[in-house]
Design a protein around this ligand. Sequence first.
Ligand code: APR
Ligand code: PHB
Length: 389
Amino acid sequence: MKTKVAIVGAGPAGLLLGHRLRAEGIDVVVVERASADYVLGRIRAGVLEKTTVDLVEQVGLDARLKSEGLLHAGFNLSDGDRLIRIDLQDLVGQQVTVYGQTELTRDLMDAAPERGLEIHYEASDVAIHDHHTDRPYVTFVSAEGREERIDAEFVCGCDGFHGVSRKAMAAAGRSYERVYPFGWLGILSDVPPCNEELIYSNHANGFALASMRSTTRSRYYIQVPVTEDINDWPDERLWDELALRLGPGAAANMQRGPAIEKSIAPLRSFVFEPMREGRLLLVGDSAHIVPPTGAKGLNLAASDVHYASTALIAYFRKGDSDAVDEYSRKALARVWKSERFSWSLTNLMHRFPEDSAFEREMQRAELDYIASSRAAQTTIAENYVGLPL
Ligand code: APR
Ligand code: PHB
C-alpha cells in the first residue's frame, strides 16, 4: 500500500486526525491493533472543551454531538459539606459539552467508510521503519494473516500509552512521570444523575466525582488505593460510599442502579519530549497522560490533532516543512499547561496517604480561598473550559 500519512492507532486521536486529513483530500491509512468493538468498549471521560467540539465540527461530524451532548455552564467543587460552584459561563463566557468519548469514537468510526478513511483493524506486529528518512513505512500482519506494508511520507503515532510509536523514538527522548498512590473506581449506571452539573468532592474518606453521560445515564468515581480489589466493592457498598463522600445534597438526589460497567483505573501524569523525530509525529496518549481530574485526556489529544493536521496540511499544500518542524514545540506548550492543571486539581481534591495534617490544612485553605475569590475561580474556569490553541 502507498499513502501520504500512515496512522498507527484508531482511538480518538487517530480517528480525528484521519478525518481532518481526509477532509483536505490527503490520503491516509490507519492500522489498529484491536477490533472496532474493543475500541468502543473502553469507557473514558466525557467532558469536551469548545476547541474539541470545534474540531469535530470542522470535519462535519458534529450532528449527534450537537443534538445529544449536554452543555454545562458550570461545575462544582465540594469539601464534603458545601458546594463551591465554578460558573464557567459567568467567569469566562464559555461552556463545556458533556458527551461520552465512546459516542464520539462511534461517530468517527461510523463515518470512516464514506469519507474514504481506510482502517485496518486487528493488525498485529505493527512496526515503524525508517522514520529518519523521507520514505518511512509501517509493516503489520493483517486480520487475515497477510504481511502488509504501508509506504508513506509521514507516520503519526496515535497508539496510546502502550503503543509502539513512542518506543520507536524513545532513545532520543526524555520522559517525565508522576504515578499517584491511588486509582479511581468507576461505575456506569442507567440512572438519572444526582446533580445537573458535575461534582468533584474532597472528603475525609477520599475523592469522589459525580458525572454523567446523559440525563438518564450516570458515571461516578471514588478514589481507592491502587492495591484495591474490585470484588470488595459490590454495587451497594459503592453507592453508600458515593453518597457519603459527595455530601448530603447529592446523596438525597442519588438514584441507585446496577452497574453497566465497573473498573479501577490507575492515575498517572506523563510527558514524553520531543513529540516528533524525523517523519514520525506522536499524537495523544502516546506522548502524554494526565490524571482524569479535569477530563483533559481526550481534549489534549484533540489539540495535538489540531497542531499536527495544520502542519501536515501546510506540508502537502505548499511543501512547507517549517510547521512540521514546529509541531513538537507548539503541542508541548499546551500539553504542559494541561498537565499542570490536571496535577493541581488532583492534588487539591484527593487524600494522599503520605500527607500530614499540614497538607490537609493547605487543601482546606485553598478550597476556602477558591470559595471566596473570583480571581481564583476564574483561573480554574479558564483551564477547565480549555486554554486557547
Ligand atoms: N498498533 C496499532 N494500534 C495500537 C498499537 C499498536 N502497536 N498499540 C495500541 N494501539 C491502539 C489501541 O488499541 C487504541 O485503540 O491505539 C489506540 C490508542 O487509543 P487511546 O489509548 O484511546 O489513545 P488516544 O487516541 O491518544 O486517546 C486520547 O482518549 O482514550 C482516551 O485516555 C485517552 O483520553 C485519552 C484520549
Ligand atoms: C467522566 O464523566 O467520566 C469524567 C468527567 C470528568 C472528569 C473525569 C471523568 O474529570
